[in-house]
Design a protein around this ligand. Structure first.
Ligand code: NAP
Length: 266
């Protein structure tokens, strides 16, 4: 049960990886939380997060569907409390050659990474604007500013997220509601296994700690910053350099990292 004692945050995709670590950040900063994910793992995550005296409400919802997002929003409303912050973080990748990848998997990914983000934003942001306060964190990506060969559709979903976030940030700048985009580099989560990318260079290389990435995202959101690159200094420098690199060069670099079979130990 969520009670009215502390601030309330919602985190999507909180059963593992960056979202789970974001949930920990909110708890450590005295928030009650509603966490959402697609599978039973969301209940395990809630159990793992309990113990610090905060209220945690797990919601199992397939956010790639319209009804799944509406169900989560209904659960948020059922709490009877306004939300102070939301991390729209749930997302998946589909690695491999565009011409042979399964279309249905790609469309499902678009539904999760793009459609659910628009739908949930449409539901929660007006309430925040009416209250004159709220903090929103979108998990975009370093590939939001680069073509992503062998992750082509995924990369485009993340470009969408960044563009959308930046646009509504400007629209909402005088409302008291802030919008922040987290742009992680390769981070050590279930992402690469789920995207069938374990035989790629990026899949096998050492990656950033999701706890560090979540902390960076949380702090940037609290400060109301527009963007934050995620990860180590090296990762941040890599993402920063992409801001000024030509698209074809970025595409070549990303291809070398993501091409199926590119892993050295393959
Ligand atoms: P992850 O560990 O695989 O986490 C993905 C989360 O999304 C899980 O909680 C998963 O829950 C949830 N999810 C997946 N499908 C869902 C659905 N249909 N409905 C509701 N929830 C769903 O990977 P992660 O790296 O932490 O990913 C979090 C975000 O970071 C994603 O948006 C990803 O694009 C972004 N990102 C990751 C990296 C990276 O290198 N890892 C880099 C840049 C950006 P279930 O397991 O219960 O389905």
């Amino acid at each position: 049960m969520i009670t009215a004692a502390s601030k309330l945050a919602v985190i999507t995709g909180a059963s593992s990886g960056i979202g789970f670590e974001l949930a920990k950040q909110f708890i450590d900063h005295d928030y009650d939380i509603i966490i959402a994910a697609d599978t039973e793992k969301v209940f395990d995550a809630a159990d793992a997060l309990r113990g610090k005296g905060k209220n945690i409400e797990p919601v199992k919802a397939d956010l790639s569907t319209y009804d799944g997002v509406e169900m989560l929003y209904q659960k948020i409303r059922d709490c009877g409390r306004p939300i102070d912050a939301i991390a729209l973080n749930a997302g998946v990748g589909v690695g491999g050659d565009f011409i042979t990848n399964d279309l249905n998997r790609e469309l499902e990914m678009i539904n999760l990474n793009v459609k659910s983000v628009v739908q949930l934003s449409k539901r929660v942001i007006p309430d925040m604007v009416s209250r004159g306060k709220g903090k929103i964190l979108f998990t975009a990506s370093s590939v939001s500013i680069s073509p992503a060969p062998y992750l082509a559709v995924y990369g485009a979903t993340k470009a969408f997220v960044l563009s959308f976030a930046d646009a509504i940030r400007e629209e909402l700048k005088d409302t008291g509601v802030t919008i922040t985009s987290l742009m992680p580099n390769a981070t050590d989560t279930n992402f690469f296994a789920r995207a069938d990318m374990e035989d790629t260079r990026v899949g096998e290389m050492k990656k950033d700690d999701p706890a560090l990435v979540a902390k960076q995202g949380f702090e940037a959101m609290m400060d109301g910053e527009a963007h934050v690159y995620g990860g180590s200094i090296k990762s941040k420098l890599m993402t920063a350099s992409e801001e000024i690199m030509p698209e074809n060069l970025k595409g070549m670099m990303q291809a070398a990292m993501s091409k199926p079979g590119s892993a050295k130990h393959h």
